[in-house]
Design a protein around this ligand. Structure first.
Ligand SMILES: C[S@@+](CC[C@H](N)C(=O)[O-])C[C@H]1O[C@@H](n2cnc3c(N)ncnc32)[C@H](O)[C@@H]1O
Length: 240
């Protein structure tokens, strides 16, 4: 029934209008569909508090400081920023998201939590505006993926491409100080396929998809599907 309705003229506009009126995550997702900003990876803003306790624990153990400067790339509506604050009290935290609705929601959440002094949020689709070697911890969690690939087509061309992933990851890792930690989860590409991975050692890698219902498929440098067992998601430390 829903599939038939989707083919009706005007259905897309109606569903977008409904999402815009609903607000919250549906509005955020609709704005991503309407704006389609350059370098957009995962358009959906799904998030929650404390989604990655194991990864953040491993990052904390690998860091030389208890108060790392943190960059959260693809912070969505801000729950990740407050989670990071709980894991790393005393840290300075910067959140980036490409979606203006997400940025507004994150700023509101941070303000309501009285954390404006420690946490800043900006709209950006890459780390180009961040100074080199200025962070100890960079996280990119459930950003370098796309829900349209969940059915694991043989190629990801037309949805995501490795070149954009590598360029963006290279920019993010350039923001890390020597000895800094990069955490990447639920990506459709492998960090170790990027040339810059040679500057890193694994701390906790090869983590499985945490959602047993959605196994994130993997694609290689040529955008071809590869075995999900070769997943290298996890925690990496930059050589000192
Ligand atoms: C599924 S949410 C993940 C939120 C959070 N990191 C988490 O794991 O709970 C994906 C977020 O990535 C953002 N995003 C996608 N491409 C981006 C890009 N190029 N730069 C910054 N944010 C991006 C989306 O706007 C969305 O808010």
């Amino acid at each position: 029934m829903k599939r038939t309705l989707r083919r009706l003229p005007g259905w897309q506009s109606l569903s977008l209008a409904k999402a815009l009126v609903t607000g919250g995550e549906p509005r955020q997702n609709a704005v991503a569909r309407i704006l389609r900003p350059d370098n957009l990876f995962q358009p959906q803003g799904t998030t929650a508090y404390d989604r990655y306790p194991e990864e953040l624990g491993a990052a904390a153990a690998a860091l030389a400081t208890a108060t790392p400067d943190i960059l959260s790339f693809g912070c969505s509506s801000g729950e990740e920023l407050l989670t990071l604050r709980r894991h790393f009290p005393g840290s300075r935290i910067r959140g980036l998201d490409i979606n203006p609705v997400a940025v507004r929601a994150a700023r509101r959440l941070v303000h309501d939590a009285d954390e404006d002094a420690a946490i800043t949020v900006a709209r950006s689709g890459d780390a180009g505006g961040e100074p080199a070697e200025s962070y100890d911890l960079v996280v990119a969690l459930a950003v370098f993926r796309h829900a349209s690939l969940n059915d694991a087509p043989e190629s990801c061309v037309g949805v995501l491409d490795f070149a954009s992933f590598e360029r963006t990851v290279t920019g993010l890792t350039a923001c890390l100080r020597p000895g800094g930690v990069f955490v990447i989860r639920h990506a459709n590409f492998r960090f170790t396929d990027c040339a810059v991975a040679a500057d890193f050692e694994p701390v906790m890698a090869g983590l499985p998809s945490s959602n047993e219902h959605v196994v994130t498929p993997l694609y290689d440098r040529a955008n071809r599907r590869v075995a999900p067992e070769s997943r290298d998601d996890g925690v990496y430390r930059k050589h000192g």
